[in-house]
Design a protein. Structure first.
Length: 304
């Protein structure tokens, strides 16, 4: 057996909306009753589910021709140990690429769009039909470098982000903290802070700028888009509330290469820092805790 065939291929998958509904309601029939009782179209859930699982089967069959395949569900990513020689294939949506990349140490990611008619696939340049060709010539193909962000607490704990980091409250109440960027520092009350990488320009930050454009409040000369390999980060404060004790002067801007954003919690409980939309993988951020956000030493690699 060749060395190529001895390498493990990790196929990362995610549950569909129907999978989540069945997990909640136990059966497809009960899920259908719930959705249709509210007047929604259940057929779209079925179509999405069917196409995704067809793509999983198709991808796995192709990958078996190139090595031993291990299917990995998204919920196990944080506990899975990737070997240095593993080949990693992500069967998207886009967010799954980011969820996967932050747990890797230099392994290249092949992003596959299971349903191009449904998903934009900005981070998913390939389809299942491309897999045989991509695997055969993977070592010759280029990869885009992806800059990650890192959140470090003064307690010694840390986490990485491929798209973005959220700092705030777990519940829908105001977060209270002190924030500092460069020489500027102030006390704030807001719905939280988002810090985005260049890769995250197509994620949460993109939706923020869509809202700014709609209201005519977009900063002149900048649309929120940054290159994936930039060493700059972008921050945005959600709904800052100025009062007698809180300010709203540090609300949007860039963290230049080598600079840091520091936030000190003034929340007695429920303060949180999480990345890439995975709220279950978080750092506690309560009174006295300081988090420092900067670019990370580790970088991702997306095959193109």
């Amino acid at each position: 057996m060749s060395n190529a065939l001895e390498r493990k291929i990790v196929l990362v998958t995610r549950p569909t909306r129907l999978d989540d509904l069945v997990n909640r309601f136990n059966t497809v029939q009960q899920a259908r009753f719930y959705v249709e009782h509210l007047g929604a179209d259940f057929s779209d859930y079925l179509a999405e589910h069917s196409r995704y699982h067809e793509a999983v089967g198709e991808a796995e069959a192709i990958l078996r021709g190139f090595g031993r395949v291990q299917r990995l569900e998204r919920r196990y990513l944080s506990n899975f140990i990737f070997a240095a020689e593993d080949r990693v294939v992500v069967l998207g949506q886009d967010g799954l690429v980011a969820n996967t990349m932050k747990y890797l140490h230099g392994q290249r990611v092949i992003g596959v769009n299971p349903d191009p008619a449904r998903w934009d696939g900005v981070l998913l340049p390939f389809t299942c039909k491309d897999l045989a060709k991509i695997l055969a010539e993977e070592s010759k193909r280029k990869a885009k470098t992806v800059t990650m962000a890192e959140a470090k607490l003064n307690t010694g704990l840390a986490l990485l982000a491929v798209n973005d980091i959220f700092i705030g409250q777990r519940s829908h109440v105001s977060a209270r903290y002190r924030v500092a960027v460069g020489e500027k520092e102030e006390r704030q009350s807001s719905s939280g802070i988002i810090v985005s990488t260049g890769f995250g320009s197509s994620g949460w930050m993109k939706s923020i700028y869509a809202g700014l454009r709609a209201t005519g409040a977009q900063p002149a000369g900048f649309d929120g888009t940054l290159p994936w390999d930039t060493e700059r980060l972008h921050y945005f404060v959600r709904e800052p509330f100025p009062s007698r004790t809180t300010q709203a002067g540090i609300v949007i801007g860039l963290i230049e290469a080598g600079a840091k954003l520091r936030v000190t919690s003034e929340m007695p409980e429920n303060g949180t820092v999480f990345s890439d939309g995975i709220e279950a993988d978080y750092l506690e951020f309560n009174s006295g805790t300081t988090v420092t956000i900067s670019t990370a030493e580790r970088h991702g690699q997306l095959v193109v």
